[in-house]
Design a binder for this molecule. Structure first.
Ligand code: PLP
Length: 393
C-alpha cells in the first residue's frame, strides 16, 4: 500500500521532548524523574469529595460549551476581585486545561502565514499550537546572564507586518522567571503601539515566591487586547482533571467557544465541578504547596551552585530550576541522555524550549526533599566523573 497521505502540518511537528525523556526513562530501573512538570501532591481531599458528591447529584451531563454556569459565575467574581476590574461570565471560557485555551486562542487569532512572537526559553507547546493554526512562531532570544528577562528592544525588533500575537508566560516554564514592574509596562506599550493581541499564560500564577503576582492585562490599554490563560492543574495539583480557563475580550471568547464546541463539546462536567470545589477550599492548602516549592527550589539552587561547572538561576515562581551547563557542554540533549543512562536522573534538555534554552537543563522540583537530595547527589557524582575524564585526557 502506498504511504498514507497524512497532513503535512501535523507530520512536521516533533514529538514532545519532555514526554520523550519520560518514555526513555521507563526503560530503566530506579530512575528519579525530574522531567515532567506536574505537582507530586494529590488533589486536596476536599476537592475530590465535593466533585464526587456533585457527580452523585447528577452533574454527569454535557455542560454549555462555554462552561458550567456556576463555575463561570464564581470565576467572574474571583477575577474581578483579584484584578480590581469588572469581568462578567461573557468574558470567560472554561477549557481543557490551559492547553485547551492555548489551542483555541491560536486557532482564533492566527491565520495561515501570520506570525506569533514567543519569548525564549518558552513552553514548547506554543510553537506547536502556532504551527497547527498555520502560523509561524518567531522566537525572541534572551540569555542566562540577564536572568532570561526579555529585552523590550529585542521584542520590538522581531515585529513584522505579519505579527499578530505575542505570547507571554509568567511565572515562566522553564526558567522560573516572573515578569513584573517596568518590563510589563514596556511590553504593554509595544503591544498597544503595534496593535498586537497578547496571550498571557499565567498557569503558575499561584506559585510566585515573593512579590504579589502582576498580570499584563491590568496595564493601561491591555484588557481589550489580552487573553489571560489560567489553570487548575498546577495551583491545586489537579493536572489529571484537565480544567483551565481563560478570560479576555468578549469578541475573542465568542469565537473560541465555537472551537471548544466543535472540538470537544465542553470540558468534562466532573472536572468542572472539581474546579468549582477548588475555588472554595481554604487558601492555606494552596500556600502550603507553594511553600514546599520554595523550599525545594532553594535546596536545588544552593546545591547546584556549589557543583563544579554548572550554575542555577534562582526562580521567582513556578516549580522549575533552569541550570546553565554550558561550562561543560553546549549539547543539552546529550547531557540529559547521559545523565539518564549513567545517573538515572531525568531532566529536560534546554533546547526543547527554543534556541536560547540550549546549554541549559530544566529540573522540576516536583519530588520531596529526600528524593531531590538523592537526585542531586547523583548529578554531583556524574559531574565529578566528567571532570575526571576531562583531566585524564
Ligand atoms: N502553560 C504552561 C507554561 C505550562 O507549563 C503548562 C503545562 O505544563 C500549560 C500551560 C498547560 O497546562 P494544563 O493544560 O495542565 O493546564
Amino acid at each position: 500500500m502506498a504511504e498514507l497521505a497524512l497532513s503535512k502540518s501535523v507530520k512536521e511537528l516533533n514529538f514532545s521532548v519532555i514526554r520523550e525523556m519520560s518514555l526513555l526513562a521507563s526503560g530503566y530501573e530506579g530512575v528519579i524523574n525530574l522531567g515532567i512538570g506536574e505537582p507530586d501532591f494529590v488533589t486536596p481531599a476536599e476537592i475530590i469529595e465535593k466533585a464526587f458528591a456533585d457527580v452523585r447529584d447528577g452533574h454527569t451531563h454535557y455542560t454549555a460549551s462555554q462552561g458550567d454556569p456556576q463555575l463561570l459565575k464564581k470565576l467572574a467574581k474571583k477575577i474581578s476581585l483579584d484584578n480590581h476590574l469588572t469581568i462578567s461570565s461573557e468574558n470567560i471560557l472554561i477549557t481543557h486545561g490551559g492547553m485547551g485555551a492555548l489551542a483555541a486562542a491560536l486557532r482564533c487569532t492566527i491565520d495561515p502565514g501570520e506570525q506569533a512572537l514567543v519569548l525564549e526559553p518558552h513552553f514548547p507547546d506554543y510553537a506547536a499550537h502556532i504551527k497547527l493554526a498555520g502560523g509561524v512562531a518567531v522566537g525572541v532570544s534572551s540569555c542566562f546572564e540577564e536572568g532570561f528577562v526579555p529585552r523590550p528592544e529585542v521584542i520590538a525588533e522581531a515585529i513584522t507586518p505579519l505579527t499578530k500575537v505575542i505570547i507571554l508566560n509568567s511565572p515562566n516554564n522553564p526558567t522560573g522567571g516572573v515578569l513584573q514592574g517596568g518590563i510589563l509596562d514596556r511590553i504593554a506599550e509595544i503591544a498597544v503601539n503595534n496593535d498586537l493581541i497578547v496571550i498571557s499564560d499565567e498557569v503558575y500564577d499561584e506559585i510566585v515566591f515573593s512579590h504579589p503576582f502582576e498580570s499584563i492585562s491590568t496595564r493601561e490599554g491591555m484588557a481589550e487586547r489580552t487573553l489571560v490563560i489560567k489553570s487548575f492543574s498546577k495551583s491545586y495539583a489537579m493536572t489529571g482533571w484537565r480544567v483551565g480557563y481563560c478570560y479576555g475580550p468578549q469578541a475573542l471568547i465568542k469565537e473560541m467557544i465555537k472551537v471548544v464546541n466543535y472540538s470537544t463539546a465542553c470540558v468534562s462536567s466532573i472536572g468542572q465541578r472539581a474546579a468549582l470545589a477548588a475555588l472554595e477550599i481554604d487558601p492555606l492548602i494552596v500556600s502550603r504547596m507553594r511553600e514546599k516549592y520554595v523550599e525545594r527550589a532553594s535546596l536545588v539552587c544552593e546545591q547546584i551552585n556549589s557543583f563544579p561547572g554548572i550554575r542555577a538561576l534562582e526562580p521567582k515562581g513556578s516549580f522549575y530550576v533552569f541550570v546553565d551547563i554550558s561550562g561543560i557542554t553546549g549539547d543539552s540533549r546529550k547531557f540529559a541522555l547521559d545523565l539518564l543512562e549513567q545517573a538515572r536522573v531525568v531532566v529536560v534538555p534546554g533546547y526543547a524550549f527554543g534556541k536560547s534554552g540550549e546549554g541549559c537543563i530544566r529540573i522540576a522540583c516536583t519530588k520531596d526533599e529526600g528524593i531531590l537530595s538523592e537526585a542531586l547527589n547523583r548529578l554531583k557524582e556524574y559531574l565529578e566523573t566528567l571532570q575526571k575524564v576531562a583531566v585524564s585526557k
